[in-house]
Design a protein around this ligand. Structure first.
Ligand code: ZN
Ligand code: ZN
Length: 210
């Protein structure tokens, strides 16, 4: 039983299935799918329906057998869950970590990060935010996906807990603040550098590659 409130859009799922997402985003989608029965069922149902939905074309008539399978997939969680990994880090994140615990680097204010990958298509990082601490307010030049792996954070878009994913486009400015209790650990992917509003984070940006 999960109480995940914030999911992956159909559009991202379709691009994930087509293999057209930058690596950083595909890891976030895979990690969310490993935690979320609802998205996994939707993903597999869309996989069966195939490209017809993508194109907006009419779906060819399906045999009763195929129709029944699709309805069943929509109704029930997928039968073969992806490997879940252990503890905080789902298997797709563990793979990025090479099976080792994170090697955190301090960012200031108690916030830590580990960059998992960074290239021209985007960057993928783990963030560790102590309870009550805030990530500096920023906007986005592209898309940012943030998946909570432990604890929680809140911003102008709502509250996000383990398994929730925030999808932030270039029209969103936010200042995520970690909730009380456990430190918040998130997996964050971006396809363009963030846009900070304060001078200090802007100066640190090239150093920390955020
Ligand atoms: Zn989901
Ligand atoms: Zn952001």
């Amino acid at each position: 039983m999960t109480d995940i409130q914030h999911h992956i859009s159909d559009d991202l799922l379709d691009n994930y299935r087509a293999g057209s997402l930058p690596h950083a985003f595909s890891v976030v989608v895979a990690a969310h799918l490993s935690l979320c029965d609802e998205c996994r069922a939707r993903h597999e149902a869309r996989d069966m329906i195939g490209g017809a939905l993508l194109e907006g074309t009419e779906v060819a008539p399906l045999g009763t057998d195929a129709r029944a399978r699709i309805m069943a997939a929509l109704d029930t969680p997928a039968p073969a869950p992806a490997p879940r990994g252990s503890g905080v880090f789902p298997a797709p994140v563990m793979a990025e970590l090479g099976g080792r615990p994170p090697r955190w680097r301090m960012l200031g204010g108690g916030i830590r990060q580990q960059i998992l990958s960074a290239d021209r298509s985007g960057s993928l990082r783990l963030l560790y935010i102590p309870p009550g601490k805030a990530v500096p307010e920023h906007g986005h030049r592209g898309l940012e996906l943030t998946l909570v792996l432990q604890g929680s954070f809140a911003d102008s878009e709502g509250a996000f807990r383990r398994g929730d994913v925030e999808t932030a486009h270039d029209d969103i400015n936010h200042q995520p603040i970690a909730g009380p209790g456990e430190p918040c650990i998130c997996l964050a992917a971006t396809d363009a550098p963030l846009r900070f509003h304060a001078m200090l984070p802007s100066l640190l940006q090239p150093i920390f590659r955020i």
